[in-house]
Write a protein that binds this ligand. Structure first.
Ligand code: SAH
Length: 230
């Protein structure tokens, strides 16, 4: 349990981080074309307490703008990248969203905050992480997020099509099943590239006619999206 002092310090650090996003957004505007994030994105980033998603020993640094280990060789993404990817989905609040790479559940919780009536379906390949995220999101009362243990390369056909898809591990190329499970008019944000090499955050849009367009957003570094063992 945190003491009152610690809780107050974490809250201050959280406020500081939210203010930093405004500057970071300006710094990367040349790449992203976005000088600021929507109110909905900023509100969600302010609402979700990141210290509840990191390992207890990393709690004090939960509001430092960098990724952190969550065990099993995996990481919780840098908060600014979570904000950027959320913003790039241009959500109204009524979408059905698919996330690949639940990890700690932090990104899913941020999406859950943005939604008013929609739902987040999220898939994690490491069973222990899927279980821990399910428990955490339930305790935090995110009734609009459903976690499943499985292989994200296959998407989630039972719930497709999705209005928006967010991939938080890096595949080498855009997974075909995911493009297929995107609704016409929908969008997907995904880091593309080889493991431990330069990757590019990529925006994939499916037009109302089914035509797919691909735009590069920003150089990034994500853990690789792995293949399930046959
Ligand atoms: N969104 C997470 C961070 C994700 S780190 C958060 O907010 O904490 C990337 C995650 O993708 C890791 O947990 C990793 O196990 C998972 N992953 C890698 N390959 C996957 C695949 N094929 N399907 C589903 N999850 C995968």
């Amino acid at each position: 349990m945190l003491g009152c002092m610690d809780a107050a310090k974490l809250e201050q650090a959280h406020h500081r981080l939210i203010r930093e996003f405004r500057r970071d957004a300006l710094d990367t505007a040349n790449w992203t074309g976005r000088k600021e994030f929507s109110d909905a994105t900023m509100k969600a980033m302010a609402a979700v307490k990141r210290h509840l998603f990191v390992l207890p020993e990393h709690e004090v640094a939960a509001y430092v703008n960098r990724p952190q280990s969550i065990g099993h060789g995996q990481t919780i993404s840098q908060p600014y990248i979570v904000a950027l990817m959320t913003d790039f989905l241009d959500l109204n609040g009524d979408e059905k969203i698919l996330e690949i790479g639940t990890g700690s559940g932090y990104q899913a919780a941020v999406l859950g905050e943005v939604l008013k009536t929609g739902h987040v379906y999220t898939i994690e390949i490491v069973e222990a992480l899927a279980k821990a995220a399910t428990k955490r999101l339930k305790e935090l009362k995110y009734a609009n997020v459903t976690v499943r243990h499985g292989d994200g390369y296959k998407g989630w056909p039972e719930n497709a099509p999705f209005d928006a898809i967010i991939v938080t591990a890096a595949p080498k190329t855009i997974p075909e099943a995911l493009t297929e499970q995107l609704i016409p008019g929908g969008r997907m944000i995904v880091p593309i590239g080889r493991a431990h090499d330069r990757q590019t955050l990529t925006l994939v849009r499916k037009g109302n006619d089914g035509q797919v367009t691909v735009d590069k957003v920003l150089p990034v570094a994500f853990v690789p999206m792995v293949r399930s063992k046959p």
